[in-house]
Design a protein around this ligand. Structure first.
Ligand SMILES: Cc1ncc(COP(=O)(O)O)c(C=O)c1O
Length: 260
């Protein structure tokens, strides 16, 4: 897995004693170091599973589609790819391609794409998600899945949400408005950020980040955290536009005090 990334794959793997190798993001643009990850697996003669979160959490950036497709398409038969597309609905970069398209095409046997209703669909409390893979892969996965894993309320809510185009459009539109407002403010304040393709933004904070987090909390705002080993950046989840309007006012007041 790349490092940093969303931690759950690692937590599940280590709970069943599967060794996890963490490959740092590149230092120039915090991208996945595909070559180094491939090398780690090439040097190991067992089965490797690459956990690739695209867009990545916490950086909110996508991985170069051509490079990823090339790698997935030419991987040896003992290399598998778990593509976590929890945030794919937010992607605006036209170069992005979902692994689902590759499963439908030729690279089907070594990919599992996972998606969730927790983000754009706003159903995190309902615990509904799904995997997309070839029928053969799904049959193999089924041996490890508990039989009664989806609760009725979650299933009903998920189906209702899929039909609720107006809500999904509202969810996306407001996330985009929130992102625009935050990016505009960060630009004004000269704070760098990575190109956000998700419902959060990874941005620079001048000064000690933990002090910043504490001060925000004193103002009733729960911002995210730093993700070692990247220092000086904070992960901010995008709330509703009215919530982000409060955030930007507080951030600007911090600048006036010389805190950020
Ligand atoms: C990349 C990524 N995958 C999965 C999840 C969790 O999804 P779920 O609520 O379906 O467990 C998150 C939540 O933060 C996430 O960031």
């Amino acid at each position: 897995m790349p490092h940093p990334t969303f931690a759950y794959a690692e937590l599940y793997a280590t709970s069943v004693d599967v060794p996890v190798v963490k490959v740092p993001l590149t230092t120039e643009n915090y991208a996945f170091d595909l070559q180094s990850m491939q090398k780690v697996a090439d040097d190991f003669d067992g089965i490797s599973l690459f956990y690739l979160c695209n867009p990545n959490n916490p950086t909110s950036t996508i991985t170069d589609t051509e490079k990823l497709k090339e790698w997935v398409g030419h991987a040896p038969s003992n290399h598998y790819f778990l593509l976590d597309e929890a945030y794919s609905e937010y992607v605006t970069d036209p170069s992005f391609e979902s692994g689902v398209a590759w499963i439908r095409e030729e690279y089907s046997e070594n990919i599992v794409v996972v998606r969730t209703f927790s983000k754009l669909c706003a159903l995190a409390g309902m615990r509904v998600g799904y995997a997309v893979a070839s029928p053969q892969m799904i049959a193999r996965l089924e041996a490890f899945i508990s039989i009664d894993n989806t609760n009725l309320s979650g299933a009903v809510a998920a189906l209702a949400t899929l039909d609720d185009e107006a809500f999904l459009a509202l969810s996306l539109r407001t996330a985009n408005q929130s992102r625009q407002l935050v990016e505009q403010t960060l630009d004004e304040l000269g704070l760098r950020y990575l190109p956000s393709q998700a419902s959060f933004i990874f941005h620079e904070i001048k000064g000690d980040v933990q002090t910043y987090i504490d001060r925000m909390r004193e103002h009733g705002i729960a911002v995210g955290r730093e993700f070692a080993p990247i220092s000086g950046f904070n992960r901010l989840t995008l709330g509703r536009p009215d919530e982000m309007a409060v955030f930007v006012e507080v951030l600007k007041s911090f600048r006036e005090k010389g805190w950020v």
